[in-house]
Design a protein around this ligand. Structure first.
Ligand code: SD4
Length: 336
């Protein structure tokens, strides 16, 4: 158990070595805060609004994040999340998602085929099984047992984009970096050039939850799983401290256990922005050359309702929804 005394000790150490101001009392209070929900990318705006319908009525953050991310999951114009996601290099759509509640419960599915709304399957893994993660065929079997319908996910637009990619790609999957190189928005039918939705919410009771869902890296190797369904990598929530989520090249996020790191940095007194920036800097420090053509972004929300983001490259946006403004959209600061 993380005692208050230990917290203050660690925080003081962090403050003395890193010169970050620490307000231990602020971070660990259970005061009620006005609800807030934040999400990665522009498509977070409609997702946040759906979550807000629940939060604004005093609903639970967990219900809000599930309902919220189901919006991009169902959007047939969104080719990086859910139903209409781009397939892997073999033309198979595989979906990844995870969810985490205020009690530290979590559920996850990876490489799920033929089932839409992976976030809801992930929630059922959390609530109906003693496990955290189900993958591939087993995840599909579980979804079918839970009443989900088997369906073909590959849309005509996604199939067309995949066939275009096959002509030149030489089976070399690439992820987009918004300000250079590869732009999936140039591919036919893709309304968005951005990726995973990670959503974090604080409800009226002061409880935090998060959800993360994606079709992953377009045209990836079959069976490849990114950070998004991995608790601690693509998403982490600690109801005492805050939550974090990520987008971008999942392999780098997994290598650095990114979202867990962001939350632990907030525990040690960093603001959400500072924590996201430090997590990004760790990735850059390990691979400075590779980082020049790599995108990773983190988004974080703390127990006080403060939020922040940071990315390696320009172009990462995040949506913020509060009682005052349900359509907030911000450009994240970035290293480059
Ligand atoms: C993945 N992190 O599968 C996801 C994809 C993504 O911006 O977010 N791209 O690696």
């Amino acid at each position: 158990m993380y005692s208050r005394r230990k917290f203050i000790k660690v925080s003081t150490l962090a403050a003395s070595t890193l010169a970050i101001p620490v307000k231990a009392a602020d971070i660990l209070t259970n005061e009620k805060r006005p609800p807030v929900v934040i999400s990665t990318w522009d498509f977070g705006i409609p997702a946040n609004k759906e979550a807000w319908r629940i939060l604004s009525k005093g609903g639970r953050a967990l219900d809000a994040v599930e309902a919220g991310v189901r919006i991009p999951e169902a959007d047939l114009n969104n080719h990086s999340v859910g139903r209409a996601g781009y397939p892997d290099r073999d033309g198979i759509v595989t979906l990844d998602a995870c969810i985490m509640d205020e009690f530290g419960n979590c559920g996850s599915v990876a490489a799920l085929e033929d089932i839409d709304h992976p976030i809801s399957v992930a929630r059922l893994v959390m609530e109906k099984t003693p496990h955290v993660m189900l993958v591939g065929e087993g995840a599909k079997q579980f979804a079918l047992e839970m009443g989900f319908k088997e369906q073909k996910l590959l849309t005509p637009e996604s199939e067309k984009a995949w066939k275009e990619w096959l002509k030149t790609a030489k089976y070399n999957p690439v992820i987009n970096v918004e300000n250079q190189l590869y732009r999936p928005d140039k591919l036919p039918g893709n309304q968005y050039n951005h990726d995973t939705i990670g959503m974090l919410a604080l409800d009226e009771k002061g409880n935090l939850s998060g959800a993360c869902t994606t079709s992953g890296m377009a045209f990836k190797l079959h069976g490849r799983v990114g950070d998004s369904p991995i608790i601690g990598a693509g998403l982490y929530v600690d109801n005492e401290i805050g939550g974090a989520t990520s987008t971008g090249v999942g392999e780098e996020v997994i290598r650095n256990v990114g979202s867990f790191l962001v939350v632990e940095l907030m525990r040690n007194g960093y603001t959400p922005y500072e924590a996201c920036r430090e997590a990004v800097n760790r990735i850059i420090k390990k691979k400075p050359e590779r980082a020049k053509s790599l995108q990773v972004g983190f988004l974080a929300l703390n127990k006080k309702g403060e939020y922040g983001a940071y990315a390696i490259q320009k172009g990462f946006s995040y949506a913020v929804c509060t009682g005052e403004n349900q359509e907030g959209l911000f450009a994240s600061k970035s290293h480059y």
